[in-house]
Design a protein around this ligand. Sequence first.
Ligand SMILES: [Fe+2]
Ligand SMILES: [Fe+2]
Length: 299
Amino acid sequence: MESVKRLKITTLADNLTFHGSLLGQWGLSFLLEITAADNRKHIVIFDTGAVKDALLFNIDQLKVNLSNLEAIVLSHGHRDHTATTVELVRRSRRRVQVIAHPHAFKRRFVITRDGKKRFSQVPKGEREKDIEQAGARLVLTKEPFQILLGATTTGEIPRLTRFEKIPGKRFIVVGRESQPDSILDDQALIINVRGQGAWVVTGCAHSGITNTLRKAESIAQSLSVHAVVGGFHLASEREDRIKHTVDALRSYKPKLISPCHCTGFRATRMIWEAFEREFVLNFSGRTIVSGERTRPNTL
Ligand SMILES: [Fe+2]
Ligand SMILES: [Fe+2]
């Protein structure tokens, strides 16, 4: 896999914030500023949050200029990751590529404990046609998709581990039928930073963070996983299940680990205990730059 020179990740939306003038929300969005091997700068957004006004507020507060935005990767089709795609496409003066899995825009719902249907798909006004009408090129693919040399999506992630299961009664409507939803659309982004290795950016990691890293390894081939940043979806998991994940993460020996969003407090604490030196607390307004130490790493 080719490499890039530099990566800067800014968290535009996360459940938490410790930044004096930004908002938190149950949702996720990262700004990725990538300097390619040829020194060109690329701007990519990974996920577009749940609360449009809160995300745009943070973008404005941080004075993020999106006129050169060239790609938006949607990690999966849940509403907390997909609520602001159209407006971000509009803010670019380029033809933005929006990359997602073919299942990302399907209708889907969860049966709650009290037997009710709760819909969780991409919100109205943010679907395929809306994105195309805003001027984007929509790329729906299960396969890894190269955004630029050194940065690619994982595409669909095989479910190989035994302990990473999708809990709850989730359904997706494919054609006219609802079928159990294993969130096949879940994908991550891999950026190979020169001299470091693979940075893996996740949305919710519904496939399991270990499965995600395995897929990343298979794509990045001989590269080691340098950093893992994003949601690990462990908020509702029990301690023994989280321990399995932490043990699996240890085997990758990441140099930086920054769980957020749906990781949950308990899992975040356990990951922090296992990786005290590598851990970086994440929140709206956090910036992480390849080759620089993130300080303070906790608060
Ligand atoms: Fe999700
Ligand atoms: Fe999520």
